[in-house]
Design a protein around this ligand. Structure first.
Ligand code: ZN
Length: 156
């Protein structure tokens, strides 16, 4: 999760909502990593999880990512939950809850709705405070910048 948080900083540096994800194999080797890049890539699907999953699939030469663990700083959305399902990831560990779009219990119960033919271990709230803080600080900063720009535009 420490590594995922560092990846989230990459997103922040690009003006994206700071979310980071890393996918590791059962020995802890990194197979894929990613951060939120929706704006910079003009791609609404470019969430951190999708980036990490894509990279791992390429690396393994396989569309099934069995026996892997995905660490992500924010609760996945329905799109990413779908990608986790299709990739057969074995374990999901996430940080902060997302009450707006979170699909792992906050807003939707994606995996409970599904009759899963594979077993996914889920653990949420890991380093939640640090993960949440990163996002809330980002929005706080962005609000302050917007306010400043508005004040400037008004000749203040
Ligand atoms: Zn997502």
């Amino acid at each position: 999760m420490h590594h995922a948080l560092r990846l989230a900083e990459n997103a922040e540096g690009e003006g994206e909502i700071p979310v980071g994800a890393v996918l590791v194999d059962k020995d802890g080797n990194i197979l894929g990593e990613g951060w939120n890049r929706s704006i910079s890539l003009s791609d609404p699907t470019a969430h951190a999880e999708i980036q990490a999953i894509r990279m791992a699939g390429q690396k393994l030469g396989n569309y099934r990512l069995l026996d892997t663990t995905l660490y992500v700083t924010l609760e996945p959305c329905t799109m990413c939950a779908g990608a986790i399902l299709h990739s057969r990831i074995g374990r999901l560990v996430f940080g902060a809850s997302d009450y707006k779009t979170g699909a792992i219990g906050s807003r939707f119960h994606f995996f409970e709705e599904y009759k899963m033919n594979h077993f996914l271990i889920i653990r949420g709230g890991v380093m939640a405070q640090a993960c949440r803080q990163k996002i809330s600080q980002f929005f706080k900063k962005r609000r302050a910048e917007k306010k400043e720009a508005k004040a400037k535009a008004n000749g203040a």
